[in-house]
Design a protein around this ligand. Structure first.
Ligand code: ADP
Ligand code: MG
Length: 391
């Protein structure tokens, strides 16, 4: 970790009285406004506790979901402020407006050792666009910058990247350090290295599988991630969640796996919801039917691969585990991952929520707050928000 500027380096000079902007990732999975899993909130505490104890005036910012530059009340950070306050055991002030004058006034009113949480940064289009004007607005709020949003470190957004350049005093936070310490062994994994990938963010994640196929001994693919692969192999995916554009990417991954000798495991059976609403296990996906989970034969094959592994990385549920009748595949692989004696990293908002719902979040493994970010890291990519914080 001596490659990055750290919080310890920053705290060599006391932060008492200084305004510290902490880009956290409080993008927790929500279920009709209810926080499904607060790992990302809890994981942010060490950095905040250290800064508050040092007497800093802490300004915390995050995004939540994808409001696409508009104010979406359901994606307000107000409920996160309440949970953060409860977890921190310290008052959390919340400013519901991103208006520059309001924010300036709120930050100016902060006393030493006080904390202000800003509203969802993605309510402003300038955040994801890394717009210099929005960067200016944020830069005025602080003297010191801390990146603790590991789960957003693969994003070159205003608060994760643009803002860094405006501060001489900048560092990664405790969470980022902790994540890197645990993810680093995956760059030189003990073989067999088994990567298990599922979930729904196919367009974001599929491009990374090509690099992953070159590193892993086995790549097991479930969830909606499997459909472009099945389609590339000429199988019908019925009415499953599927973007035909991803089929080309899947072909590239299949070729990369063949070149590097990576064993690719795809679903052989599915739990499908047919057009009349009945749930059945089937090897084929009929027209009008949606495959919402991997079938038992597939789960058994993935389990065998996990049993033989020395290193495991898992991101993305195997099915729509949130829905009754479609959690079995995810539960079976989660149990195999929990039992495995391999060096294991599990990451991703929904993946970790699933572990928790199955009562499997404790265990001899690293539970990462990052899904896409962890996947990019394991694929060997430099995370843009971290690159700028190297010494
Ligand atoms: P993570 O948050 O762990 O990184 P993603 O965000 O990529 O994972 O995807 C999680 C979502 O994928 C879950 O909400 C789950 O319902 C969905 N999903 C998994 N399998 C399927 C499937 N076969 N069809 C549709 N959605 C799926
Ligand atoms: Mg997710």
């Amino acid at each position: 970790m001596n490659e990055f500027r750290t919080l310890a380096d920053l705290l060599c000079a006391p932060t008492r009285g200084r305004r510290v902007f902490v880009r956290a990732d409080l993008n927790v999975p929500l279920d009709e406004g209810r926080i499904r899993d607060d790992l990302r909130i809890r994981a942010t505490l060490p950095t905040l506790e250290r800064l508050l104890a040092d007497g800093a005036r802490v300004v915390v910012a995050s995004h939540l979901g994808r409001p696409n530059g508009r104010c979406v009340p359901a994606l307000s950070l107000a409920p996160i402020a309440d949970r953060l306050e409860a977890q921190l055991g310290h008052p959390v002030q919340f400013e519901p407006s991103l208006d520059p004058d309001r924010l300036a006034a709120r930050v100016a009113a902060l006393a030493d050792g006080e904390l202000l949480l800003l509203e969802n940064l993605r309510f402003e289009p300038g955040e994801t666009a890394n717009d210099p004007a929005f960067v200016d607005r944020l830069a005025r709020l602080a003297d010191v910058y801390v990146l603790d949003a590991f789960a957003s470190a693969h994003r070159a957004h205003a608060s994760t990247l643009g803002l860094q350049e405006r501060f001489d005093a900048r560092a990664v936070g405790e969470l980022v350090e902790w994540e890197l310490r645990h993810l680093e062994p995956l760059l030189e994994p003990d073989a067999p290295f088994v990567c298990l990938v599922g979930g729904a963010k196919v367009a974001n994640k599929a491009p990374l599988l090509e690099a992953l196929a070159q590193r892993a001994d086995t790549l097991a693919i479930g969830g909606a991630m499997a459909f472009p692969f099945l389609s590339a192999k000429g199988q019908s995916v019925g009415a499953s969640l599927f973007e035909p554009e991803a089929t080309g990417l899947a072909c590239r991954v299949l070729a990369a796996a063949a070149r590097s000798g990576c064993r690719l495991l795809l679903p052989r059976d599915h739990r499908v919801c047919s057009s009349d609403g009945t749930i059945l296990v089937s090897k084929e996906i009929a027209a009008g039917a949606a495959a919402l989970d991997i079938g038992p034969e597939t789960a058994a094959a993935f389990t065998r691969a996990l049993e033989a592994a020395k290193t495991v990385f898992w991101n993305g549920p195997m099915g729509v585990f949130e829905q009754k009748g479609f959690g079995e595949g995810t539960r079976t692989v989660a149990e195999a991952v929990a039992k495995s004696g391999a060096y294991t990293v599990v990451g991703g908002g929904e993946t970790v929520a699933a572990l928790r719902e199955f009562g499997l979040e404790e265990g001899p493994r690293h539970v990462s707050t990052g899904g896409g970010a962890a996947l990019e890291y394991v694929a060997g990519h430099e995370l843009p928000a971290l690159a700028a914080l190297r010494i």
